[in-house]
Design a protein around this ligand. Structure first.
Ligand SMILES: [Zn+2]
Ligand SMILES: [Zn+2]
Length: 268
C-alpha cells in the first residue's frame, strides 16, 4: 500500500465501526461530517478525509462547522444521530466532495502512518498551522507584543474583517523581560517642572486618584537606543502626545521641534 504525503491542511477522520464497504455517497458523507469532539483548530482545516482501515475512502472540502445536530442526518439511526443532547459540545461540518485533483491524489491510499500507535483520537490534524485558511494570516493569540502588532497590522488589511468571538479566559504566559533602571528623581523633577501641562501640546494632565497630575515621561532618545535617563533627554507629555512620539508618522519632526523649543533638552 502506498503511503502518501499530504500537503494540504486536512483532518483525517477515522470513521471506525461506522464505516462499511459499499456505503452510498450520502452514507459516507454523513459518517464523516459528524459528530465530533474537536477544538477550534477545526476552522483551519481545508479538507476532511474519511479514513477507514487506514485508507482514505472519500474527501470533502469543508465549507463550515456548526454544532452537532444542526443539520439532519438521513442515513444514520436515531440513537446514533439526531439526538442533540447526547451531542452537546460536539461539532459537525457541512461540505462537498473535494475536487478530483485532490481525490485522485489521496483516495485509496494509506494514511496509517499519520496515526501514532495508541492514539485513540479519531481525528488527526495534518498541516494545520497557525495560518487562518480564510485570510491566509497568522491570527492566533500571542503574548509577544511585537508579534501581536504584526498580526493586527496584517488583519487591518483584510476586507470585511468578521467580528471575532474573542477569548473569554486568555492564556497567561511567563515572560522574562530586560528593562532599564530608571531614576525616580529624574521622573519626579520632569513632572514637577512641567507644572501640570504637556510639554508638547500644552494640554492639562488629568488628576489622578491620589490627587497628583498625570503626565507621562518620555525619553527623546529611547533608553533602548542607549538614550540617557537625564533631564536633557526626558519630557513630560500627555498620553496622546506620548503615543504620537512613539508611533506617529511625523514623530521624528515632533522630536526635533521639542528639542528646538525646550532649552533644557539636548540631542543625543
Ligand atoms: Zn500633549
Ligand atoms: Zn516614551
Amino acid at each position: 500500500m502506498t503511503e502518501i504525503n499530504i500537503t494540504e491542511p486536512v483532518l483525517l477522520i477515522r470513521t471506525k465501526e461506522l464505516f462499511k464497504l459499499g456505503m452510498s455517497a450520502k452514507e459516507l458523507y454523513e459518517i464523516t461530517r459528524g459528530v465530533w469532539t474537536i477544538g477550534k483548530d477545526r476552522e483551519r482545516a481545508e479538507y476532511a478525509f474519511c479514513v477507514a482501515g487506514g485508507i482514505v475512502r472519500e474527501i470533502y472540502k469543508i465549507q463550515k462547522w456548526q454544532p452537532a445536530g444542526t443539520t439532519h442526518y438521513e442515513t444514520r439511526a436515531m440513537q446514533d444521530a439526531n439526538t442533540k443532547d447526547k451531542w452537546l459540545g460536539r461539532w459537525e461540518f457541512i461540505g462537498e466532495v473535494a475536487p478530483d485533483k485532490i481525490r485522485n491524489k489521496y483516495i485509496g491510499k494509506s494514511v496509517a502512518h499519520y496515526f501514532k500507535r495508541g492514539n485513540a483520537n479519531p481525528i488527526n490534524y495534518v498541516n494545520i498551522k497557525n495560518v487562518n485558511i480564510k485570510t491566509g494570516i497568522i491570527d492566533l493569540p500571542t503574548a509577544d507584543s511585537d508579534e501581536l502588532e504584526k498580526r493586527v497590522v496584517a488583519l487591518l488589511n483584510v476586507p470585511n474583517l468578521e467580528k471575532p468571538v474573542g477569548v473569554n479566559h486568555p492564556e497567561r504566559r511567563e515572560q522574562t523581560l530586560s528593562v532599564h533602571e530608571r531614576d525616580p528623581k529624574v521622573k519626579a523633577w520632569i513632572i514637577k517642572n512641567a507644572n501640570g501641562k504637556c510639554e508638547c501640546c500644552g494640554a492639562d494632565g488629568f488628576i489622578k486618584e491620589d490627587g497628583n497630575i498625570f503626565l507621562e515621561v518620555h525619553h527623546l532618545r529611547l533608553l533602548a537606543e542607549s538614550g540617557s535617563d537625564t533631564p536633557q533627554n526626558a519630557v513630560a507629555l500627555c498620553a496622546n502626545c506620548h503615543r504620537k512620539l512613539h508611533y506617529a508618522k511625523d514623530k521624528e519632526q515632533m522630536r526635533k521641534e521639542l528639542i528646538e523649543c525646550i532649552d533644557r533638552l539636548q540631542e543625543e
